[in-house]
Design a protein around this ligand. Structure first.
Ligand code: DOR
Ligand code: ZN
Length: 359
């Protein structure tokens, strides 16, 4: 049995408000705890999106009643809300800017719409960019021009990780995260696998990349600041429909996949703790969770099964994968929150880590 700090996942789509048939604050925080994650940062592309005080309150009220692990909520950058979101910054995880197309309504196409956010959002909180390929290069230029920290979400390409490395070497304030699916999956599924998994299930943004890209991520692990799931639950019926939404669930598979990589010598346990606890805490200025840890049976070998998961979405792209390492127990602020497959804390036990009453 090994003991690790509770993990922080800086990129989670909770789906509440608005799409609670996919997931809600209760189910997502149960999935988090089962995965050894004790703090989640929630993305703003809900229905409605979280882009002002009223919508932030909608999300935070639901979280306050239902969350079982700790959390903070991102704000979304819109075409004309730069002043509003910057005034709300102390209450939020950070500002998310959608600069490429994906699920939801928050896309900012025109670069003139980026400027007020880069000028105004307080520099002590990071701006997180959904920006792929050349859009990411533009985002890094903005960080340099406006001299402020940015965090690049879900890096997937060789050209991206190499440019981030070069930008860091120049002293530009850029950090980044990588998702397990971009580290462990490639776009060219074999014919055999294509038969088993329907195309819609494999839809995700950024798309799964080529082997060369995956290799570049592994070769540049030292450039990657955080692991993040981009937990993006959609139901199996939606994924298998004619218009499948992009996204994979990931909270319950993050740690087993990473521990399997540790077992194979591809990653050290220290890397795992740095990128899943220490760096996210530092980048997003999150408080330390006292008396919080997870206990893991590092020798448990088993197959991933959606049927055993707490997420409402009911499927996983890693179905049937053989992994090594199982979360046995999670202690959150002195209380056993999960043990032997059971959630043991009530709805509402989770704390907003940006709330003033946080000790
Ligand atoms: O695949 C994705 N799904 N990528 C995103 O950026 C958004 C997410 C979602 O919200 O479903
Ligand atoms: Zn996302």
């Amino acid at each position: 049995m090994i003991k690790l700090p509770g993990l922080i996942d800086p990129h989670v789509h909770v789906r509440e408000p608005g799409q609670t048939h996919k997931e809600d604050w209760d189910s997502v925080t149960q999935a988090a705890l089962a995965g050894g994650v004790t703090m989640i940062l929630a993305m703003p592309n809900t229905k409605p999106p979280i882009f002002d005080e009223a919508t932030l309150d909608l999300a935070l009220d639901a979280a306050k009643q239902k969350a079982r692990c700790d959390y903070a909520q991102f704000l979304g950058a819109g075409p004309d809300n730069a002043d509003i979101v910057s005034s709300l910054a102390p209450k939020a995880a950070g500002l998310k800017m959608y600069l490429d197309s994906t699920f939801g309504e928050l896309r900012l196409d025109d670069m003139t719409l980026w400027i007020p956010h880069f000028q105004t959002y307080p520099k002590e909180y990071p701006i997180v960019l959904h920006s792929e390929s050349r859009t990411m290069a533009a985002g890094i230029l903005f960080a340099a021009i406006y001299d402020r920290p940015i965090h690049i979400a879900h890096v997937s390409l060789k050209e991206e990780i190499l440019l981030i490395k070069a930008a860091k070497e120049k002293g530009i304030k850029v950090t980044c995260e990588v998702c397990p699916h971009h580290l462990f999956m490639v776009s060219q599924v074999s014919d055999n696998e294509r038969g088993k998994k329907k195309e819609g299930q494999m839809e995700v943004r950024p798309r799964l990349a080529k082997q060369e890209d995956v290799d570049a991520l592994w070769a540049n692990l030292n450039v990657i600041d955080c692991f993040a799931t981009d937990h993006a639950p959609h139901t199996l019926a939606e994924k298998d429909s004619d218009n499948p939404p992009p996204g994979f669930p990931g909270l319950e598979t993050l740690l087993p996949l990473l521990l399997t990589a540790v077992d194979l010598g591809r990653l050290t346990l220290d890397d795992l703790i740095q990128k899943s606890v220490v760096n996210p805490r530092n980048i997003f200025h999150l408080p330390e969770q006292s008396e919080t840890w997870i206990e893991v049976d590092e020798n448990a070998t088993y197959e991933i099964r959606a049927a055993e998961q707490f997420s409402k979405c009911g499927w996983t792209p890693f179905e049937g994968w053989q992994v090594k390492g199982r979360v046995k127990r999670v202690v959150l602020r002195g209380k056993t929150a999960f043990e032997d497959g059971k959630i043991l804390v009530e709805q509402g036990y989770g704390r907003n880590v940006r709330a003033l009453e946080m000790e």
